[in-house]
Each structure stands twice: as C-alpha cells, then as structure tokens.
Design a protein around this ligand. Structure first.
Ligand SMILES: [Zn+2]
Length: 166
C-alpha cells in the first residue's frame, strides 16, 4: 500500500483531530493521531469487544485463519482436558449465564428461520409451538412480515423449564 499525503483525501486529514462516537459504548472520544480511522475508544471493555469482533469476523471470512484457530484450540484442550469441567464446577453462575445466552441465540436463530421461511403466516394456527421473546423481536421486526402478523408471547420461564427437561 502506498502511504503518502498526496494520496490521502482531504477529508481524512481533517478527521485526524476530530472527536467521535465509540462504536460500542457510544461515548465521545479522541482518536489516536497514529490511528486516524479509530472507531472504538480506548476503554478496556470496548477494546476487548473490538478484538473479539475482529477475531469472529476473520474466522468467518478467512478459512486458513479459522483452521489455525481450531487447531490451536484443539491442542490447548488436549493439554487441559478438565479445564471446562472444572471451570463450570467452580463458576456455576457463569455456566448458567452461558446456558441462558445459548438459549437466547437458539431462540433468535429459530425466529430468523421462521421469518425467512414465511412460516409467520401460520403462527396463529400453531400457538402451542410458537414463542417470540424480546431479544429476537428486533430482528423479526426488520422483516415486513412482522407488521401484519399476530405474535404470541410465552414467558421465558416456561422455556427455561422446557430446556432443562430436554
Ligand atoms: Zn467505547
């Protein structure tokens, strides 16, 4: 890549000194003069999120990188076979939080599939099988189907019981 002032658009130069809004915490911050494109503030939490988003995104589009990550995870797991079992025993609340997040992701995926497959039309006929919860509604609402249909809410509690049983 060629780096030099004559190749830089005027607007980039002006942006160097201007403050901006952090992509994650929405706070105003001053980008580093060494990284004029910086879109995330320097708070540790925001930097952690930036790194993990970058990591996830790179795994998604770079298959060599994804393979390396899988291989090194496997190697690490072989060297520490009991790590997660012990971690779950020592941190029951974290394990429960992970399970609940996984359930939310599953619910969201099912919601998206519903919307994608146009099954929403049948929602009102199959009330017993349908549940729509808070976090997924945003995604479903993006779909045009949402405005015209009837949604049935089922308390999250009974979902939790269902998940435990299975
Ligand atoms: Zn931030």
């Amino acid at each position: 890549m060629i780096r030099g002032s004559k190749f830089e658009p005027e607007e980039n130069k002006n942006r160097v000194s201007s403050s901006r809004c952090c992509r994650y915490c929405q706070q105003i911050f001053q980008p580093s003069r060494y990284r004029p494109q910086q879109s995330v503030c320097s708070e540790p939490d925001c930097q952690r999120r930036r790194r993990s988003d970058y990591h996830r995104e790179r795994i998604r589009r770079d298959s060599t990188y994804a393979e390396d990550v899988r291989a090194s995870q496997k190697k690490w797991q072989q060297a520490h076979p009991d790590y997660w079992t012990q971690y779950r025993q020592q941190h029951p609340e974290a394990a429960e939080r992970n399970r609940s997040r996984q359930r939310q992701r599953d619910q969201k995926r099912r919601l998206l599939n519903l919307a994608k497959n146009n099954l929403a039309l049948d929602l009102k006929h199959e009330a017993s099988e349908v549940w729509l919860v808070g976090p997924g509604m945003k995604d479903l609402a993006k779909n045009n189907l949402a405005s015209a249909k009837v949604f049935i809410y089922q308390p999250l509690q009974s979902l939790t019981r269902e998940a435990r049983r299975s």
